[in-house]
Design a protein around this ligand. Structure first.
Ligand SMILES: Nc1ncnc2c1ncn2[C@@H]1O[C@H](COP(=O)(O)OP(=O)(O)OP(=O)(O)O)[C@@H](O)[C@H]1O
Length: 344
């Protein structure tokens, strides 16, 4: 088995005067209000564990105050965990001294924030190369790497502009280029597109999908927007009150929500855009006339609709090994699409 890019194990963050003493005590079971009144503590992250595979896009989603930002800051130790461990590529971040940690932040992890954090008096190219400069790389090498990144994010021609001469979307492209310049193992995004207009936001999401296809980096992406989570995530972690409510692929989260909180989130999602044939196929009835068409079980329902409707009879649904997992016919498809129209 390949080693996870990131392992988070039993991670806790308690804010307040005697946070360390609180872990393992019954006070952790108190409601947020009771705990605050009794001892002045707030639980930001509660016993969170998950692994992220190399090259995976892992989205953390939840409403405001659910603990997303705290979690992403704990992973890079921008804030100190109260307890638990974080392993990056097998290395224990939580046990590292400041020098080792600085090294990790310079070389292995890059962050992209909502507020781009660009240096206003530096040109685009120098913002992109900034991390390399801090790392002590010589001017020619960092210029050439920075130019490569500027080209990669579609900003060729803007190298000598200053950040305030660029639109919000373009500034965030500079942020992306800067994050990629140091060739990190993992990219962390903390609500990077929340301040952008919806259309620009969609462009930037497409940009992340494209960049991920090109550079294949492991990404941890924080958002409060379900559509963004479903679009970008290989898997989605849904948080509430600092806790994990569900971890799953987009189709698992939409097809089998863990509880009412998640059900509520996904109730507006057009199911045919997210669910795959695996979710609607059924066993073959003996003697049934099945067409000779087959479709992979991972095909999104909407993309399969035309083929199923055109086929003469039900279509066989097969897994990656070519084994039949069930069949679908017109009705199975229409049931999902019609339900969607009715709820719209
Ligand atoms: N420094 C702090 N001191 C006390 N409580 C804090 C601190 N930082 C965060 N919290 C609390 O921890 C909880 C989680 O906050 P966090 O900012 O991580 O949530 P979030 O999901 O990122 O929300 P948002 O999207 O609004 O940033 C909240 O209840 C918050 O009030």
């Amino acid at each position: 088995m390949t080693q996870p890019a990131l392992q988070v194990q039993s991670l806790w963050k308690v804010f307040g005067p005697k946070a360390e003493k609180l872990v393992g005590t019954p006070d952790l079971e108190l409601s947020r209000k009771e705990l605050l009144a009794k001892s002045g503590h707030v639980i930001g992250v509660r016993d969170v564990s998950f692994d992220v595979a190399p090259g995976e896009v892992f989205v953390v989603m939840g409403l405001s105050g659910s603990g997303k930002s705290t979690l992403v800051r704990l992973i890079t130790r921008l804030i100190e965990p109260t307890s638990g461990t974080v392993l990056l590529d097998g290395e224990d971040i939580t046990a590292m001294n400041d020098d080792a940690l600085r090294d990790i932040r310079r070389k292995k992890v890059s962050m992209v924030f909502q507020h781009f954090g660009l240096l206003p008096h530096r040109k685009v190219i120098d913002n992109v190369g900034f991390g390399l400069e801090v790392r002590g790389e010589d001017k020619a090498a960092r210029r050439s790497r920075a130019q490569e990144m500027v080209d990669l994010v579609g900003l060729s021609g803007y190298e000598t502009n200053y950040p305030d001469q660029l639109s919000g979307g373009m500034q965030q492209r500079v942020g992306l280029a800067r994050a990629l310049a140091s060739n990190p193992d993992i990219l962390m995004f903390d609500e990077p597109f929340s301040a952008l207009d919806p259309l620009i936001r969609r462009d930037m999401q497409n940009e992340v999908v494209r960049l991920h296809e090109e550079v294949g980096k492991t990404m941890v992406f924080i958002t409060h927007d379900l559509a963004e989570a479903l679009k970008l995530g290989d898997r989605i972690l849904i948080m509430r009150d600092g806790e994990i409510v569900q971890i799953g692929t987009p189709d698992q989260v939409v097809g089998a929500p863990a509880d009412d909180y998640v059900r509520n989130f996904v109730s507006e999602v057009p199911k045919s855009h997210v669910l795959t044939l695996k979710w609607v196929c059924r066993p073959e009835v003996p003697g049934e006339q099945v067409s000779d068409r087959t479709l992979p079980s991972g095909t999104i329902i909407r993309e399969a609709a035309r083929a199923v409707l055109d086929a003469q009879g039900p279509v066989r649904v097969v897994d990656d090994n070519g084994q039949t997992v069930g069949i679908v016919d017109d009705e199975d498809i229409l049931r999902v699409v019609v339900a969607e129209e009715e709820s719209a």
